[in-house]
Write a protein that binds this ligand. Structure first.
Ligand code: CU
Length: 289
C-alpha cells in the first residue's frame, strides 16, 4: 500500500512537472503546426515531453508518435481507422508500455475550441502500434493527444493536430463558467477548487448528486480503476494536464483530485465518473490568475 502510494505520487509529480515544463516547446512546435497543417492527416512531428532527470525514473527520451488514418481525408461523422505508432527518435518501435489507469494508452481528442471531447482507448496491436476507430462530430481542427507510459520511462504525452472536412461547429470563445455547478446526464455536479492561482497545488472537489432528488450519490463505481478521471487543457489545447484522484477508492458524493495549473489563463476540464454502469462526462471552464 505504502509503495503503491509512493508510485502514484511520483507519477503524479511527473505529470505535473512535465506539463509545467512543456509550455515553451509546445508553444513553438504545436502552435505553428496548428496554423500550417494541410488538409490531410499525416504522420507528423509531435510534441513530446517525456522526462527530465532528477529523481524521476530515467526518461525515455524523444519518443515519437505517428498518427495515421485509414482514409486519405477525414470527414465529419465518418469513421476512420486511426493508427498510432510509437517509436524512439531513431524510428525503432517502442514495444513495452506500462499500464496506467487500467490502460496502456489513453487518447484524448478535442476540437480547436474545446467544445468537443473524446476519451478513448486504442487497442495495442504489438510492435508499438495502437489502433482505434475514430470519428469527429463536425469539421475543423482537432487535436489528438496520446497519453502513455513506456516501460521504465515516465508519463508521456504526444499530440498532433488534424483537419476534418465538413461543417464546423460554431466558433465560440472559451470563457470561465460563472457558476461551477451544472446538471449533466441526470446528475447535479458541483466543483470547487482550493486555489485558482497558477503554479499552486490545487485540490478539485466534485460533489455529485442526483439531479432530480438532489440526494448525494454515494455509490459511484470505479472508472479506470479510480473514483473518476479528470483531464485539463488550456484554452488553446497546448497545455495538457492529466490529473489524479486523491482518494482512489472513494464512491461519492465527493471525488477529489490534485493538480497544478502551469500558468495563468483559461482552462477547460472534464470530469468523468461512472454510476449504474454508465460513464458521464462533466465539463467546466475556469480562469487561473
Ligand atoms: Cu483513458
Amino acid at each position: 500500500m505504502y509503495m503503491h502510494k509512493i508510485g502514484l505520487i511520483s507519477v503524479m509529480l511527473a505529470v505535473l512537472f512535465l506539463s509545467a515544463c512543456s509550455s515553451v516547446r509546445e508553444a513553438s512546435s504545436s502552435k505553428s503546426q496548428h496554423g500550417s497543417h494541410g488538409t490531410a492527416p499525416s504522420p507528423a512531428s509531435t510534441d513530446e515531453h517525456s522526462g527530465h532527470g532528477g529523481e524521476m525514473p530515467k526518461a525515455s527520451t524523444n519518443l515519437k508518435a505517428a498518427f495515421t488514418f485509414g482514409s486519405t481525408s477525414l470527414q465529419a461523422n465518418e469513421k476512420s481507422e486511426l493508427t498510432i505508432q510509437i517509436t524512439d527518435d531513431a524510428g525503432k518501435a517502442v514495444t513495452d508500455f506500462q499500464e496506467n489507469h487500467e490502460k496502456l494508452l489513453h487518447l484524448i481528442i478535442v476540437n480547436h475550441n474545446l467544445s468537443s471531447f473524446q476519451h478513448i482507448h486504442p487497442v495495442y496491436q504489438g510492435n508499438g502500434k495502437f489502433t482505434v476507430s475514430a470519428s469527429f462530430d463536425a469539421g475543423g481542427d482537432y487535436k489528438l493527444i496520446a497519453d502513455f507510459i513506456p516501460s521504465g520511462g515516465t508519463s508521456t504525452t504526444l499530440s498532433q493536430w488534424v483537419k476534418v472536412a465538413g461543417k464546423e461547429a460554431e466558433h465560440t470563445v472559451l470563457k470561465a463558467d460563472a457558476k461551477l455547478r451544472q446538471e449533466v446526464s441526470g446528475k447535479d455536479v458541483e466543483l470547487s477548487l482550493s486555489s485558482l492561482k497558477a503554479k499552486e497545488e490545487v485540490t478539485l472537489r466534485f460533489t455529485i448528486r442526483d439531479a432530480q432528488t438532489k440526494k448525494e450519490i454515494t455509490n459511484l463505481q470505479p472508472y479506470l480503476g479510480a473514483v473518476g478521471h479528470v483531464v485539463i487543457l488550456s484554452a488553446d489545447a497546448e497545455q495538457y494536464i492529466h490529473v489524479h484522484p486523491l482518494e482512489e477508492k472513494a464512491t461519492g458524493p465527493l471525488a477529489k483530485f490534485a493538480t497544478s495549473f502551469p500558468e495563468a489563463g483559461i482552462y477547460k476540464l472534464w470530469g468523468q465518473f461512472q454510476h449504474n454502469g454508465e460513464v458521464f462526462t462533466v465539463p467546466f471552464v475556469v480562469e487561473v490568475k
